[in-house]
Structure formats: C-alpha cells, structure tokens
Design a binder for this molecule. Structure first.
Ligand SMILES: [Zn+2]
Length: 93
C-alpha cells in the first residue's frame, strides 16, 4: 500500500514538512511505559522498548502492543473517508 513515487517538482517542499517527524504526543502502551519507567528493561528509550503494530481495521486504525498483546488505541473513523498520505520524504544527508 506504500506510495514511494517521486514528488513532482512543482510541489513546494516546505508544504510537505508534515511528512517529516511531527509527533508531539507519542501514543504509548501503558504497560511498556510502566516497565520502562521502573527500569525493567535494558532499552535506551521507551521508543526502543515499544513493539507497536499499526494498521487499518474495519473500525478505523488500531495501535496494538505486540509485547503485551494489548490494544493501545483504536481510532474510530465513523465511516468517514480519511485523508492519508503514504508518501515518504527523506532529508538529504
Ligand atoms: Zn506494551
């Protein structure tokens, strides 16, 4: 389902900044968060410790913890068509 086609040259690159990392409030598994906070893992960060699956469902979009086999969050799209952008934008190194 991924779309990796090249951006067309007439698209203003600054309008596509939303394709870079923009997460301000990460969604985390409560159990992973507790374990990491209590020093029960060797992981350098909660992000490294987390093992989340993300995918579309009949209801909308689900975030599921593989480590604990628990629902983290299940968004309900209420049968609305959601605008989703699967393009990748890589920074030049
Ligand atoms: Zn977890």
């Amino acid at each position: 389902m991924g779309n990796t086609k090249n951006l067309t040259t007439n698209e203003n690159i600054s309008e596509l900044e939303y394709l870079l990392y923009q997460i301000k409030e990460p969604i985390v598994c409560v159990k992973c968060s507790e374990e990491f906070t209590n020093g029960l893992s060797d992981a350098a960060s909660l992000q490294n410790y987390s093992r989340l699956d993300v995918g579309f469902t009949k209801r909308g979009l689900q975030i599921f913890c593989r480590r604990h086999e628990l629902n983290v969050c299940h968004l309900n799209f209420n049968n609305q068509k959601i605008d989703a952008d699967f393009r990748c934008l890589e920074k030049k190194k």
